[in-house]
Design a protein around this ligand. Structure first.
Ligand code: NCD
Length: 485
């Protein structure tokens, strides 16, 4: 029987909540479960159970359909010897009576030791985490992220390739609507893999995801590589320790043209296929890339594993199933050991082992956080953000992280919940009653003075709230940037 060890309230909302080292730790533990609890016939399958989580209960709270994520989480908990309680049908839970997520989470936290949540709104898992005294795992929130799917995807890549750095991964389909893609590209970028986007028309990666790849994960866009382009990772940064084995990845876009040329000619290591996310789009699917035996005949895919988070609905032909490159069923099987590892780490069941401690995370906590009531000023512009869910109105706030990567560049706001970004807004100073549309002014806002500021969607909102325009701000800023007083 296991003892209740230190349960952390660490949440997993985004893949960026985990450091690279932590991801490696999860994989080490997942592999140890595969080794210790094997299925005799299939090496990718957990075949037996342990009892290390016998004192614990996992709650799965699913407001959207799921097969793999919910069942593999539940299987993982049962394989660890724990118990599971499930609310998988919003129609038969109190959600149908109009209960908010914030209330549901506070209730369920008394019935379980950790919970996994899936919700149609972007940022729902972050909201749940705000109200939960037990760990909340994001099992997919709208089109925002699906971090545990990415853990399964990376684990599959690791099993197939030994190292992730220097891989070239093509991502195909609905890159805008697929939450699996968003978590996946951040992880690939952080580990130095090259990404070749192959979007369906109009379904490119969201603008803010591209920007984040560029600004936070040092990616470069190479329009010369194929018709769509590729993102290349520049030299490893101190916060991006080596992942897996292999030589350090050092590819500089500007300085090493021979390395670039080599990378352009490099074969694709994996094709990651996604379905059209019909539940996230108003319009019908038009043209959509289809991966089949003919597509995979191209020599550049000769060594490419084929991955898919599943379910597939026509974009990945069944004829590929018998191809040795097909890895998607194995990828789905890894959901069990990978989630066993995550659960046991979050429950503190690996204390005393020689594995790295499960602390830290990748995200920078240094960003200034603006936090105002929902009734005041600017709201997140993403209509699918959880802040626009009527039921949650009493429980959410207008919260934004301030992005001022470069003091000489215009600032942006990142929604605390859904992480979408806004670059046009009005900044108002409560003390002096001025406002400006110049987002350079964000650079002057700190954790100490952030309460002196309000953000508005436009000038008329600011004027309506009693603010008046601040003259000469832009001129003063350019003088400051030029080093003059
Ligand atoms: C994905 C999801 O829910 O985002 N499914 C999964 O969890 N394996 C992919 C999808 O639904 O297309």
């Amino acid at each position: 029987m296991s003892k209740k060890t230190g349960i952390s309230t660490r949440h997993l909302n985004s893949i960026n909540n985990l450091s690279n080292r932590e991801i490696e730790t999860i994989f080490e533990i997942a592999q140890s479960y595969l080794d210790k609890l094997p299925d005799k016939l299939r090496s990718y399958r957990i075949g037996r159970s342990t009892d290390i989580a016998s004192d614990f209960i996992l709650a799965s709270l699913f407001y959207e359909p799921s097969t793999r994520t919910r069942l593999s989480f539940e299987s993982a908990m049962l394989r660890l010897g724990g118990d599971v309680i499930t609310s998988a049908d919003p129609a038969t839970s109190s959600a149908a009576k109009g209960e908010s997520l914030a209330d549901a989470v506070r209730v369920i936290a008394n019935y379980a030791d950790l919970m996994v949540i899936r919700h149609p709104r972007d940022g729902a898992a972050r909201l749940a985490a705000e109200y939960s005294p037990i760990p909340v795992i994001n099992g997919g929130d709208g089109s925002h992220e699906h971090p545990t799917q990415t853990l399964c995807d990376l684990f599959t890549l690791k099993k197939k390739n030994k190292e992730l750095r220097n891989l070239k991964i093509a991502i195909s389909g609905d890159l805008r609507g697929s939450r699996t893609i968003h978590s996946f590209v951040y992880a690939l970028a952080r580990f130095g893999a090259r990404i070749v986007p192959m979007p369906a028309p109009g379904m490119e990666l969201p603008h803010h995801v591209y920007r984040r790849l560029r600004e936070e994960f040092s990616c470069k866009f190479d329009s010369a590589d194929g018709s769509i382009g590729a993102l290349y990772h520049t030299p490893v940064e101190p916060h991006q320790p080596a992942l897996f084995s292999g030589p350090d990845f050092e590819l500089s876009f500007e300085s090493s043209s021979s390395a670039m040329e080599k990378a352009r000619k490099q074969k694709i290591s994996a094709v990651y296929v996604t379905r059209f996310q019909k539940e996230r789009w108003l319009q019908k699917q038009q043209e959509y890339p289809r991966i089949d035996a003919k597509f995979l005949k191209d020599p550049k895919y000769s060594r490419a594993s084929v991955l898919h988070p599943l379910p597939r609905v026509g974009e990945l032909d069944a004829s590929v199933d018998s191809d040795s490159r097909a890895a998607y069923f194995e990828q789905a099987a890894y959901g069990v050991p990978v989630r066993m590892a995550l659960i046991s780490l979050l429950l503190g069941l690996h204390e005393g082992e020689t594995l790295a401690s499960f602390e830290g995370g990748f995200e920078k906590s240094s960003l200034v956080l603006y936090d105002q009531p929902l009734t005041t000023g600017l709201r997140c512009a993403n209509p699918n953000c959880i802040v626009h869910e009527e039921k949650e109105a009493p429980y959410v706030r207008n919260k934004f992280h301030l992005l001022t990567h470069d003091k000489a560049a215009a600032g942006r706001l990142r929604c605390f919940y859904c992480e979408s970004e806004m670059d046009a807004f009005v900044i108002a100073n409560r003390k002096n009653k001025w406002y400006t549309t110049d987002t350079f002014a964000l650079a002057g806002i700190t954790n100490q003075n952030v309460r002196d500021f309000l953000f508005f969607a436009d000038e008329s909102d600011a004027i309506g709230s009693g603010f008046h325009t601040r003259k000469n701000f832009a001129a003063k800023h350019s003088r400051m940037a030029a080093g003059q007083s």
